[in-house]
Design a protein around this ligand. Structure first.
Ligand code: ATP
Ligand code: MG
Length: 577
């Protein structure tokens, strides 16, 4: 198999894989894996790792495994396993019958540890966790040998066996690799391989009371599965010598580890631990809150898997850390939804309009195209009648200059319908608030076009009051007020940067009747308001829409500024008003 035929540009990882194939390394096989720890829901950073692992396998005619790295019994749950599977599938990838769990390898890993002990390359250490840390030294100071480092093979074998048998208390002993306490790489200073933990594991139950560390297990899991290329983020670069050491000592299959930069995104955090804090602290409604950067949150918000894959493709694979501007992500979401989302009319903050010269009981069906970008999406009928709702913001009694919407005496076009002119304004006597407009329509302008060539500057969306459906609409702003919420100024934690206005619920919105029977998850463009998705909590009697993104796209401007070398990280407010 030679380099992929796909149009995807090559990158340093693909280049490397192509080289390996040229030299017939691994007998021409390509096998990658995505190895999440089931301790939370996947976020968009994981999508990058998923697209790299599954994407490269697909490009080179190889395969990609899904493996749960479930070596830590205290933090992991079945709920996360199921959510992760759903998310990977939703992104469009398929692991076939290759779903694995690190816990399936516990026995094998134990055997490997025994082999290392027999080679004199691992020992049981009785230092406490604090002491181990103390003995490890620092970046500038070498570590000190543990007093237990010289234990005989026999003693180590005996103690390790008894650790497994449950004879010792949590934290009383560990198994460590015997490498080099003076290594400039701290990971090589006799790292811990096993700790005692009398905890129930979500898959192995109480069978084990010693659990392998991530560092001990990770490279070996890849080896056991015959992975050819272990693609992981740069965090693991310093761990590679350790993984290599374990593999070489054991003389087992040696995957090639290659590191890439993690995805970072402005105005959000991409760490399961921090996202869990938001969920547990009830700062959001759950892992799938539409404000969360989780794949389930993005899905609920209305983002498509295509948009996420497009983002991953667009940012490519690099070895230098960078932060992706949220405005770019939103731009890509818009690009995608623009092509596929049917247009509908929705009034978020309704103002009643009575057309005085329109017959009381008359209803007309107006033709409306579903997507001007795609005529194959057809058209629909929208009822027009004497009483309508328009957007409150679309009327101003005292209009500023260049206000082309409705004003007293002014004329506008109602999209797909007629020209109307405002003839009278009704106000609440006490508050002075405008409660109703009286207008007249011009029957000669059906469809929204005048036959005498008379022009109007403004075109408004509207719904027929008698026919419209009530809906709740949720508008979102970024979850954090700072581009980098992890910039923990003055020692305050990232939660101090939460945006108190990240959610606005509008409860008396009106949407056109064609949305009757819409299925949760359906995506629409509400004219002039942005893209919206019907929430999973919706029911026939209670429509709830999430705004995915507004229509205002700031990316082009930001990109231009960036090209000029200017630092501009302005975030697009999702509120397009
Ligand atoms: P988190 O810090 O969010 O818990 P993690 O790296 O601990 O992330 P894992 O479950 O171990 O989470 O991640 C599975 C894979 O996803 C790893 O191979 C890791 O390299 C990759 N990954 C995690 N976060 C990112 C990110 N922001 N960008 C790219 N890859 C990521
Ligand atoms: Mg992790």
């Amino acid at each position: 198999m030679t380099e992929s035929s796909s149009k995807r540009p090559s990158d340093f990882i693909r280049h490397r894989v192509a080289e390996d194939l040229k030299q017939n390394k691994n007998e021409g096989r390509v096998l990658t894996r995505f190895p999440p720890e089931p301790n939370g829901y996947l976020h968009i950073g994981h999508a990058k790792a998923i697209c790299i692992n599954f994407g490269i396998a697909a490009d080179f005619g190889g395969l990609c495994n899904l493996r749960f790295d479930d070596t830590n019994p205290t933090r992991e749950e079945e709920e996360y396993v199921e959510a992760i599977k759903e998310d990977v599938r939703w992104l469009g990838w398929d692991w076939g019958d290759r779903l694995y769990y690190a816990s399936d390898y516990f026995e094998q890993l134990y055997e490997y540890a025994v082999q290392l002990i027999k080679k004199g390359r691992a020992y049981v250490c009785d230092l406490s966790a604090d002491q181990i840390r103390e003995y490890r030294g620092t970046l500038t100071q070498p570590g000190k040998d543990s007093p237990y480092r010289g234990r005989s093979v026999e003693e180590n074998l005996d103690l390790f066996k008894r650790m497994r048998a449950g004879e010792f208390k949590d934290g009383s002993r560990v198994l460590r690799a015997k490498i080099n306490m003076a290594s400039p790489n701290l990971n090589m200073r006799d790292p811990v391989m096993y700790r005692i933990l009398h905890a129930r594991h979500h898959r192995t139950g109480n069978r084990w009371c010693i659990y392998p560390t991530y560092d001990w297990a990770h490279g070996l899991e890849d080896s056991i599965e015959g992975i050819t290329h272990s693609l992981c983020d740069l965090e693991f670069e310093n761990h590679r010598p350790l993984y290599d050491w374990f593999l070489d000592q054991l003389g087992v299959h040696h995957p090639q580890q290659i590191e890439f930069a993690r995805l970072n995104l402005t105005y959000t955090v991409l760490s399961k631990r921090k996202l869990r804090e938001l969920v547990e602290g009830k700062h959001v409604s759950g892992w799938d809150d539409p404000r969360m950067p989780t794949l389930s949150g993005l899905r609920r918000r209305g983002c498509t898997p295509e948009a996420i894959r497009n983002l991953c493709e667009r940012i490519g694979v690099s070895k230098t850390d960078s932060v992706v501007d949220m405005a770019l992500f939103e731009h890509i979401i818009r690009e995608d939804l623009n092509k596929t989302a049917p247009r509908v009319m929705a009034v978020l903050r309704p103002l009643r309009v009575v057309i005085d010269n329109y017959p009381q009981d008359k209803v007309e069906e107006m033709d409306a195209e579903n997507n001007p970008e795609d005529s194959s999406m057809g058209s629909r009928k929208i009822p027009f009648s004497r009483v309508l709702y328009i957007e409150r913001d679309d009327f101003r009694e005292d209009p500023p200059k260049k206000f082309f919407r409705l004003t007293p005496g002014g004329e506008v076009r109602l999209k797909h319908a007629y020209y109307i002119k405002c003839v009278r304004v009704v106000k609440d006597k006490q508050t002075g608030e405008v409660t109703e407009l009286h207008c007249t329509y011009d029957p000669q302008t059906r469809g929204g076009w005048s036959s005498d060539g008379r022009k109007v500057r403004g075109t408004l969306h509207w719904v027929s009051a008698a026919h419209a459906l009530e809906a709740e609409v949720r508008l979102y702003e970024p979850l954090f007020i700072k581009p980098n919420p992890e910039d923990e100024e003055g020692g305050s934690d990232f939660k101090a940067n939460l945006n108190p206005n990240s959610l606005e619920k509008l409860t008396s919105c009106r949407v056109e009747p064609s949305l009757q029977g819409a299925v949760p998850g359906s995506r629409y463009q509400f004219l002039r308001h942005g893209y919206f998705c019907l929430d999973t909590d919706s029911s026939a009697g209670a429509l709830i829409f999430n705004r995915t993104v507004s229509l205002r796209d700031t990316w082009a401007k930001i990109e231009k500024a960036q090209k000029k070398g200017q630092k501009n990280q302005k975030f697009l407010s999702p509120d397009g008003q």
